[in-house]
Ligand binder design. Structure first.
Ligand code: NAP
Length: 230
């Protein structure tokens, strides 16, 4: 049975990914900052003993190491680095577009994705054909540069670059890496008017990650398979 680990699993896209993988019959490990206090997990229809909840802030190396230890010798087939935050949405002169905001967004979206991938790498290596997925954004693409939300765009470009490099580095170990734009999703981050529901995005991503292989490793595409330029 496939085991999937998802960070930022308690709401939005992460929670929809948890739900979709459970409905598919997979074992799911949901990583969240406060899993027991998260209302999203309480309403899960499927799951039972196939859902394991672990606690970690993705910027906290020690917490990630403890979560990885809690897995024991379990193999994880798919690790999805999904946890992320938005930056100040303004441009170069926006108030609040400051050092603290850049530190926050880079630390969560880039360092956090790297630390998550590294913490769960032993579990991924225990699987036969491990897959590592990064939830980036079309806002990472320099070809689509539009200004504003500069810290977020830079963070998502950096995580796409991280994925591209890890695709090369991990190929000899048989681990495929995919980089994904989930669509504009009606989560807390995307807002209520976003056209893609978390469930529709998650369904597309489950399909695309299912199709990810060593032949396509390093791919940067959206939840429907539309490719993006870095
Ligand atoms: N929504 C969109 O339109 C859209 C578009 C492109 C890309 N994305 C990307 O998709 C991913 C999911 O976003 P979403 O739309 O589902 O956003 P969301 O509803 O705001 O959820 C974000 C998730 O990330 C978690 N998180 C944030 N900081 C964390 C940290 N330091 N440690 C652990 N978990 C942390 C949150 O946990 P807490 O509840 O503890 O805060 C929450 O579970 C993000 O990487 C985002 O950048 C979203």
């Amino acid at each position: 049975m496939t085991t999937v680990l998802i960070t930022g699993a308690n709401r939005g896209l992460g929670l929809a990914l948890v739900q979709n993988y459970l409905e598919q019959g997979a074992n799911v490990v949901g990583v969240a900052r406060k899993p027991t206090a998260s209302p999203g997990f309480k309403g899960l229809a499927a799951g039972g003993d196939r859902l394991t909840l672990l606690s970690a802030d993705v910027t906290d190396e020690a917490a990630l190491a403890a979560a990885a230890r809690a897995l024991g010798d379990r193999a994880v087939d798919i690790v999805i680095c999904n946890a992320g935050i938005m930056s100040n949405r303004g441009g170069i002169d926006a108030s609040g577009n400051d050092a603290a905001d850049w530190t926050r967004v880079l630390s969560t979206n880039v360092t956090g994705a790297f630390l998550s991938a590294r913490a769960f790498m032993p579990a991924l290596r225990r699987a036969k054909n491990g897959k590592l997925a990064f939830i980036s954004s079309m806002m990472a693409s320099s070809e689509l540069a539009a200004g504003n939300a500069l810290g977020y765009r830079a963070s998502k470009a950096a995580v796409a670059n991280l994925g591209a490099n890890l695709a090369v580095e991990l190929k000899p170990a048989g681990i495929a890496v995919g980089i994904y734009h989930p669509g504009w999703v009606s989560s807390d981050m995307g807002g209520a008017s976003a056209p893609v529901t978390p469930d529709a995005s998650a369904k597309g991503l489950v399909d695309r990650i299912g199709k990810l292989s060593l032949k396509t490793t390093g791919v940067f595409e959206d939840y429907l398979g539309k490719p993006y330029a870095f």
